[in-house]
Design a protein around this ligand. Structure first.
Ligand code: AHR
Length: 658
């Protein structure tokens, strides 16, 4: 190891500032491989799912028909409203198919030529040439013997596929037919044509790709789940976010209404429908086709610990802040106890039996439960305490996640932490949406946290290139790099920080309310942002134990702006030392890496490097413009020189013998 300048040790920070990263010399990073510290929670790096930006309906949930059950308050929203002498489309609720969603459509045709109505899908219906799509409908003959033609049409009106159903019973019956489009189309439509004189009643009009995740009928979009699986997330938090709270309590997320047959899951408005005047989405509702059972199943599929969050008797405090009175909290607490039974209980228990009836006899092995989302104030503390008491009595095996409010440092935060410490809270959920500077400058936040107090879940964070809730926020490399820098500090403090997740997860390009987001989709495509690839590199290179890191900088380096960040772990199974390095400087650098305690290194190491310009982003056209590049690097000895490109996150995996 060659040191050209005297070195200065930074005990309080792994950063330097200089026009070139290390002034006139090189920095030295010593990794004490012989002094492993805290074990890293296998569920350290996870994902935060919320039905925002068409994340579920119109996104992950692969249903292609919008307002399939005619339950939107404007019952024909999403459907054409044809005015014609030859027929009519009326929404009725007399002897419905399912009383939880009582409305249905009666189409009457008064001419042999027929009468049609068209569904616009979620910003169009995306279909792929030659793939099979399952159409299904609950149908009842109301008058005469008309037939029903199911037609897929492209945005310009040309036919893509057509199939006919006939001979309907006078009772509600499910009818199905497969359609196979002759061309791909991102913004198609579905037409239903009633031909011959007569009338039919229709409900649960549905169209799904057969190719869903694991080919489950009525399942999830395979390409979107694949993006999640590729992250190898340690946990998945669901279903939000503010959606848990509701703007008022009647509009809160209630898990019990999201399980069982889909037709019986009562639709409600999505709170992101009306939240932002600058991004209204009047056609945003929750069908709950992706409900709690499917969330648990998804967690199992992708190997993520389930972390459900429940309403704690408080509506969103940015909205009404409506409270459930303390003496009426019992049903909310019972929901939590029943959820544990639904997830983990035996098939002989009431709620375990419901899980089994949905096809999953084995427990989901839930270990974590969030009480409230982004709540604050004494009202939260008193409600949390009641939940904690009941759960501790009945389910001490479940660790509870509590809220530290919406900000990482304000009066609400400062009020909550001591209270939660007094209550012996298990894990406290901190949220932070701030500019990249905040993330670069707060990499020592957790160094001084009490090691004996509650653990931290850094449960929602994202660097904002503009400001919170701005439509101008971008998923650019500068933001992602600042998150990477911050994540080295989460990793170094893995004894306190148990888990973390970026938020929000998904956004539909034509239907978003919030940005930035981790993954963007349209009706047929999906791409990961630079932030996604940062999360992926950390998650896939987690390691099992933290290794202490010491950074020494040339005396010439000033410390005004953080520029260099590092953390290291050991992978017990492979014996690899995993080093994560962030060079936030606009020029390349060469550093001295010293693996203290290592006798011999395997000369070939793997490197995963992301480097790009600060403003660079990914897109549908260039989905991997900012993404990791894997290479092999030669490691001559346990102390070696390592090149860091400008603006980079570099992950090194070095096989070493202690
Ligand atoms: O991630 C978007 C929103 O930000 C979440 O719903 C909420 O918890 C936070 O305020």
């Amino acid at each position: 190891m060659k040191l050209r300048l005297p070195l200065r040790t930074l005990t309080a920070g792994f950063f330097v500032a200089a026009t070139s990263l290390f002034g006139a010399g090189s920095a030295t990073i010593t990794i004490h491989t012989d002094k492993p510290g805290a074990k890293i929670n296998p569920a350290m790096w996870g994902i935060f799912f919320e039905d925002i930006n068409f994340g579920a309906d119109g996104g992950l949930y692969a249903e292609l028909v919008k307002n399939r059950s005619f339950e939107f308050p404007d019952a024909l929203m999403g459907w054409s409203r044809p005015k014609s002498e030859v027929g009519s489309a009326l929404v009725l609720d007399e002897s419905p198919f399912n009383s939880a969603n009582p409305h249905y459509l009666r189409i009457t045709s008064r001419a042999d030529s027929g009468f049609s109505i068209t569904n616009e899908g979620f910003r169009g219906i995306g279909v792929r040439k030659g793939e099979i799509y399952d159409f299904s409908v609950q149908i009842r003959a109301a008058e005469g013997k008309p037939s029903l033609t199911v037609q897929l049409v492209s945005a310009d009106g040309s036919g893509l596929a057509s199939e006919r159903l006939k001979n309907f019973s006078g009772d509600w019956t499910e009818r199905k037919v497969r359609v196979r489009p002759t061309a791909s189309e991102p913004k198609g439509r579905l037409s239903l044509i009633v031909e011959g004189k007569g009338a039919v009643d229709l409900d649960m009009v549905s169209l799904f790709p057969q190719k869903t995740w694991k080919n489950r009928p009525g399942g999830l979009r395979a390409d979107m789940v694949q993006m999640l699986a590729d992250l190898k997330p340690g946990f998945m938090r669901f279903p939000g976010g503010c959606i848990v709270e509701g703007n008022v309590l009647t509009n809160r997320y209630q898990w019990k209404t999201t399980i069982g047959p889909v037709a019986g899951r009562k639709l409600i408005i999505n709170r992101w429908n009306f939240e932002f005047k600058h991004r209204p989405t009047p056609d945003y509702f929750q069908s709950f086709g992706l409900g709690f059972f499917e969330f648990f199943q998804l967690c199992e599929d992708i190997g993520a610990e389930p972390l459900p969050i429940l309403n704690c008797g408080m509506a969103c405090q940015f909205n009404s802040g409506e409270l459930c009175a303390l003496d009426q909290l019992e049903p909310y607490i019972q929901d939590a106890l029943d959820l544990v039974e639904f997830a983990n209980g035996p098939v002989t228990s009431t709620w375990g039996a419901k899980r089994a009836a949905m096809g999953h006899r084995a427990p989901f092995k839930m270990k974590l439960l969030g009480i409230g989302n982004e709540q604050w104030g004494p009202q939260y503390v008193e409600r949390y305490a009641r939940f904690a008491k009941a759960l501790m009595e009945k389910h001490p095996e479940i660790q509870l996640v509590s809220s530290a409010g919406p900000s990482p440092a304000d009066d609400r935060f400062n009020f909550l932490w001591p209270k939660l410490r007094e209550l012996n809270a298990d894990i406290v959920d901190e949220h932070c949406y701030a500019n990249p500077k905040w993330f670069f400058e707060n990499t020592h936040r957790f160094d001084s946290y009490d090691r004996n107090g509650p653990k931290v879940f850094f449960g929602e964070y994202a660097a904002q290139s503009d400001k919170v809730v701005s439509v101008n926020n971008r998923n650019n490399w500068e933001c992602a790099l600042s998150e990477a820098a911050f994540m080295t500090s989460l990793e170094r403090n893995a004894d306190v920080v148990r888990m973390s997740s970026y938020a929000p997860l998904f956004a539909h390009e034509d239907a978003w309310q919030w940005r930035p987001n981790l993954i963007w989709c349209d009706n047929l495509r999906v791409f990961g942002t630079p932030n996604y690839y940062v999360q992926q590199l950390f998650s896939r290179n987690r390691g099992d134990a933290v290794l202490p890191v010491k950074l020494e900088l040339p005396v010439s380096a000033s410390s005004a702006t953080p520029k260099l960040f590092a953390s290291a772990t050991r992978d017990e199974a492979t014996g690899e030392i995993i080093v994560k390095l962030v060079n936030a400087d606009g020029v390349p650098a060469s550093i001295n890496l010293n693996l203290a305690g290592v006798k011999k290194v395997y000369p070939k190491a793997k490197a995963f490097v992301i480097t790009s310009d600060a403003r660079d982003e990914n897109s549908f056209e260039q989905p991997r413009k900012v993404a990791p590049v894997e290479s092999e690097v030669r490691i001559p000895s346990p102390a070696f020189t390592h090149a860091l490109p400008a603006n980079c996150l570099s992950v090194l995996r070095v096989k070493a013998e202690p």
